[in-house]
Design a protein around this ligand. Structure first.
Ligand SMILES: Cc1cc2nc3c(=O)[nH]c(=O)nc-3n(C[C@H](O)[C@H](O)[C@H](O)COP(=O)(O)OP(=O)(O)OC[C@H]3O[C@@H](n4cnc5c(N)ncnc54)[C@H](O)[C@@H]3O)c2cc1C
Length: 288
């Protein structure tokens, strides 16, 4: 199907893009187009104007400074996956990006588009929640910074206001004794997450001093699995302790577990501990 008619603008800067969003109410930003273009072609979206932010240099790239990793919103999944800095200092993000879709999707799709779109089956939202990332957004009222935990508000719903643009994501680089990983039960056709588990483990004196686990795919927005984190804190990272903690995951999922033709709610609930165990085991190995 063809997309409905719309005007097309190419913004040269964030302020120009913000101005165009204000000037054309009901317009949409275009990043990698991997979600927006299908929506237009299916006529599930009909913006009056599409504002292309793909040539704004300030929105691209990965920099590491003083223990903080800054990722521009227009950085592609392929760039995240290929970054040696991320692989070393923020492994879960590079690992998750490497498993998104296929090479064509990874070469066009961006972290900003993935996060702003907030599809429950996307990989990066859960990763950013587990990494306690901070998201910078810019709009007519200036800049603000939001915690990833509060950014995702529901299915395809974020804290972004109408004229705001997500410009960058900041993540604390791993400290000594810390490791992270992402384990995904991928849909066999699209590779979207049926269940996605992002885990960050901090070790001290041979024990787990803190664990952060975020679950995506099976719930409308990524959630922290506090029930798992609690059981693991202060324990040795043995296979037995990890399995015991992972077994507590459904306690944190509430009654909003999604089900579809591929994987029912009950099925997702029953296999979730397996994927939490895999995520935690990999993160623990990287922390040693
Ligand atoms: C076949 C296929 C398989 C896929 N598999 C996976 C997968 O396995 N895992 C996964 O996580 N994802 C998957 N995706 C999604 C893909 O990863 C993209 O990240 C995602 O579609 C959106 O990124 P984009 O840059 O293409 O954004 P676009 O499609 O350009 O935009 C998406 C939405 O975000 C808004 N937006 C974009 N950038 C910004 C910004 N900076 N500030 C504010 N709003 C913004 C747009 O206006 C639009 O509403 C898949 C997509 C396809 C087509």
């Amino acid at each position: 199907m063809y997309a409905p008619e719309f005007d097309y603008y190419r913004a040269g800067s964030v302020s120009e893009a913000a101005g165009l969003l204000r000037k054309y109410p009901g317009s949409k930003l275009l990043a990698g187009g991997q979600s927006l273009i299908p929506l237009l072609k299916l006529r599930l979206a009909a913006p009056v104007a599409v504002i292309d932010i793909g040539r704004i240099r300030d929105l691209k790239g990965i920099t590491v400074k003083g223990g903080t990793i800054r990722v521009g919103a227009m950085t592609t999944h392929a760039e995240l996956a290929a970054s040696s800095e991320l692989a070393e200092q923020c492994h879960a993000l590079a690992q998750a990006a490497a498993g998104i879709g296929d090479p064509a999707v990874r070469n066009r799709g961006t972290i900003g588009g993935n996060v702003a779109h907030a599809d429950p089956a996307s990989d990066l939202p859960a990763v950013l929640v587990a990494l306690e990332a901070k998201l910078t957004v810019e709009g007519p009222d200036g800049k603000r910074t939001l915690d990833a935990g509060g950014f995702f508000q529901g299915m395809m719903t974020t804290a972004l206001k109408e004229h705001e643009i997500l410009t960058a994501i900041e993540i604390p680089a791993h400290s000594k004794g810390q490791g992270s990983a992402y384990a995904k039960f991928a849909h066999p056709a699209s590779r979207y997450a049926v269940i996605g588990v992002a885990a960050v483990v901090t070790t001290s004196g041979g024990k787990c001093s803190a664990a952060r686990v975020a679950i995506g795919g099976m719930v409308p927005r990524p959630v922290r699995a506090a029930s798992v984190e609690r059981v693991l804190a202060g324990q040795e990272l043995s296979a037995e302790n990890i399995a015991k903690a992972a077994g507590q995951v459904t306690e944190s999922l509430g009654n909003e577990v999604l089900g579809d033709i591929f994987a029912s709610e009950q099925y997702r609930r029953s296999v979730a501990p397996v994927w939490v165990k895999r995520g935690l085991t990999q993160a623990a190995e990287r922390a040693r």
